[in-house]
Design a protein around this ligand. Structure first.
Ligand SMILES: [Zn+2]
Length: 205
């Protein structure tokens, strides 16, 4: 966001880009200004490429019809892969968590992305998440282990508890990554080594 004081001295197209960049997570007004002035100095082609990359991402990327990870087309690259262990499904909150776990290189099973966590105070309930789709997969796919890799915080715990209750009647083994992930944080920020050993040391619920 630009302050009111800037509006008189910065021309509208520049002020507008600063404002838009400032809406992105982790980008404050100073960084937004720096990025804008960098693009202003750089070759025009760079702005064009960036703008096109953003549009392409929005237009072409959708969610996998099986696991709800990001994809271009019907199934994501992980679901398409012949080398993944089809008997394990790691349940995560967001597509970014898939990336975090993939970065460890130590997990070879499949995923299921819930697209959020239970948070009644924020108006996010069970039916807002891809939980029924997960249960349908457990019934129809050759799954023998579900790994609940929610974020190690209150909402993550509540979501895991609910999933455990839903999964119990299906007779599938349910595990959670070992403790050791920084509590209160997000999976995506855990360092790969910690995440890797948490995944390897998972315990049965
Ligand atoms: Zn998929």
């Amino acid at each position: 966001m630009t302050s009111r004081g800037d509006s008189g001295i910065i021309v509208e197209p520049v002020a507008r880009l600063i404002e838009e960049l400032g809406k992105l997570p982790g980008i404050g007004p100073k960084t937004a200004s720096r990025l804008t002035f960098f693009l202003l100095r750089a070759e025009e082609g760079q702005s064009r490429t960036l703008a096109q990359a953003i549009l392409d991402m929005r237009e072409r990327v959708t969610f996998c019809t099986r696991c709800f990870n990001i994809t271009v087309g019907d199934l994501c690259l992980i679901c398409q892969s012949q080398s993944r262990d089809q008997s394990k499904i790691c349940v995560v909150e967001e597509p970014l968590d898939v990336l975090a776990i993939e970065r460890t290189g130590s997990y070879r099973g499949l995923y299921h992305v819930l697209h959020g966590h239970i948070a009644p105070l924020e108006g996010i309930y069970r039916e807002d998440l891809k939980i029924d789709q997960l249960l349908a997969r457990v019934r129809s796919e050759p799954v023998d282990e579900i790994i609940l890799a929610m974020n190690p915080n209150t909402e993550g715990e509540a979501t895991a508890f609910l999933l455990l209750r839903d999964l119990a009647p299906l007779g599938v083994r349910v595990t959670r990554p070992a403790r050791g992930l920084p509590t209160g944080g997000d999976l995506e920020w855990a360092d790969p080594d910690t995440l890797s050993s948490a995944m390897e040391g998972r315990r049965e619920l």
